[in-house]
Design a protein around this ligand. Structure first.
Ligand code: ADP
Ligand code: MG
Length: 249
């Protein structure tokens, strides 16, 4: 069964002139990596909020159509339960860092504390993830003193530590250099190999071409194209959304 099913979904933020999403019909199936691409303002982050159920719970506005999350209508979910079950890496890492912890180690541990994980297991899991993401040098630093790129890696690590089956990742490499971006994508690939379902918003089409199973192309709140990445990469719609074809590798 699909994890998420959207049928003719629209959403308008309160007081906005135009809808942020229009007529979106889309299924997310387990075990796949979905790449989402489109110009700024095309609705990618709003789509993420619908998929993980923060719309309608936490965003004032008007939702239309049907949103099923694990087969249950989104309005019937307890949003706190959803935030434990669906991992989410924010587009803006400044939003994600809690501001209430003194060290990067404790910041990464916070999500696991909220899940009720015992301290001993928590320490093991946080250490493993710090190793995996390669941020050993940051463990004792104050999370509030980090650069944008460092925060982005810490935010990413926090979510991996929670080990959700389904992870939504909104532009994880926007503040990273090419080397760190490749490293993040390598980790995302290994998460997928471990059976996770991933929705990944990313501007770098070359990276999506390499790693995504399916591509979703957005423009002005609509899904212009959705299908296997190899088909979408040669589609007209990619050009319509003004996304360059990736260099053939
Ligand atoms: P993207 O992630 O593709 O850049 P967004 O989903 O952030 O696009 O935005 C889609 C549209 O919704 C844009 O027109 C944006 O200005 C608007 N929007 C986004 N967030 C809000 C909000 N909290 N309140 C009102 N309008 C918003
Ligand atoms: Mg966005």
């Amino acid at each position: 069964m699909e994890l998420i099913s959207l049928k003719n979904v629209g959403f308008s933020y309160a007081y906005a002139e135009k809808p942020a999403l229009r007529g979106i019909t889309l299924d997310i199936e387990p075990g796949k990596l979905y790449g989402v691409i489109g110009p700024n303002g095309s609705g990618k982050s709003t789509l993420c909020s619908v998929i993980r159920g923060t719309i309608p719970h936490f965003h004032p506005g008007e939702l239309s159509g049907d949103v099923l999350i694990y087969g249950r209508d989104t309005v019937d979910w307890d949003p706190a339960e959803l935030s434990n079950r669906i991992g989410y890496v924010f587009q803006n890492p400044f939003t994600q860092i809690s501001g209430i912890k003194d060290t990067v180690f404790e910041e990464i541990a916070l999500g696991l504390e909220n899940l009720g994980v015992e301290r001993e297991e928590l320490i093991d899991r946080v250490r493993a993830v710090i190793d995996q993401v390669g941020i050993d040098k940051l463990v004792d630093k104050d999370p509030n003193q980090l650069s944008g790129g460092q925060r982005q890696l810490v935010a990413f690590a926090s979510i991996i530590a929670m080990d959700a089956d389904f992870i939504v990742i909104d532009e994880p490499t926007s503040q990273l250099d090419p080397e760190a971006s490749e490293a993040v994508f390598g980790i995302i690939e290994s998460l997928k190999a471990g059976g996770k379902t991933i929705v990944l918003v990313e501007h770098k089409i070359d990276l999506l071409a390499e790693y995504a199973d399916e591509l979703i192309v957005m423009k002005r709140g609509e899904v212009l194209a959705h299908g296997p990445a190899r088909d979408v990469l040669v589609s007209e719609e990619l050009a319509v959304a003004e996304i360059p074809r990736p260099e053939v590798t």
